[in-house]
Design a protein around this ligand. Structure first.
Ligand code: DX5
Ligand code: ZN
Length: 219
């Protein structure tokens, strides 16, 4: 069970006309703000990009956890680091040289995350983990919020957790997709320590209370 849980509400489930309010609504309760960047190429959905991240950066004290669901991360990822993101995660499926991008991200001042989508086995990426600060295991197919959690994908979390612990690696395991009050404990038990939640936070009456409830269920 993790003893250093981080909760990262995803603004994908917030009102896009009030993103600054959505960020402030979880200040003091959440650890990071998860920002889903989609480009209509890597995934069949289009969300927000660099100008929104730059504007929102000035509106909240929460660290940004940018999740790039985009093609050509080698071309774009460092710009999110330069915009002040605390962590920038890109998809393994979109990258030809993930370690090189991680190095560029760290040089640009952010932490580096590697994301593994629903249909990608994690085994092929375990050797790359020393280059990263975070491994994001999708618990849905990337592209849309509000999808049903897929418990079978937690096998990848277990595999990664074993590898990280036996290799004494220092990185977080983040789960993303369908994480809610009824699923977060299973994620924690599998070895995740960082939890993205969109609908479960911004679909709730009080987002900050929802974050606190999730945290209590993950420890
Ligand atoms: C989906 C995004 C998720 C999304 C999760 O591709 O990566 O971060 O916001 O939303 P929920 O928590 O509603 O599944
Ligand atoms: Zn995400």
């Amino acid at each position: 069970m993790p003893d250093n849980v981080l909760i990262a509400p995803s603004i994908l489930a917030a009102d896009f006309a009030r993103l600054a309010d959505a960020a402030r609504a979880v200040e003091g309760a959440a650890d990071w703000l998860h920002v889903d960047v989609m480009d209509y190429h890597f995934v069949p959905n289009l969300t927000i990009g660099l100008p929104v991240v730059q504007s929102l950066r000035a509106a909240t004290t929460l660290p940004f956890d940018c999740h790039l669901m985009i093609a050509e991360p080698a071309r774009w990822a460092t710009q999110y680091a330069e915009a002040g993101a605390y962590n920038v995660t890109f998809h393994a499926e979109a990258a030809t040289d993930p370690a090189a991008i991680a190095k560029d991200l760290r040089s640009a001042g952010s932490r580096a995350g590697l994301a593994i989508d629903r249909d990608t086995p994690v085994e092929g990426y375990l050797e790359l983990l020393p280059h990263f600060d975070l491994l994001l295991i999708m618990t849905i197919k990337a592209g849309f919020g509000g999808q049903a959690f897929m418990p079978e994908l937690l096998d990848k979390v277990r595999t990664a957790r074993r590898h990280i612990d036996t290799g004494h690696l220092e990185l977080r395991i983040e789960v993303d997709g369908g994480v809610a009050e009824d699923t977060i404990a299973a994620c924690a038990e599998a070895g995740a320590d960082t939890f993205v939640a969109g609908t479960a936070v911004y679909g709730a009456e009080d987002p900050a209370t929802a974050v606190r409830k999730l945290r209590a269920l993950a420890v």
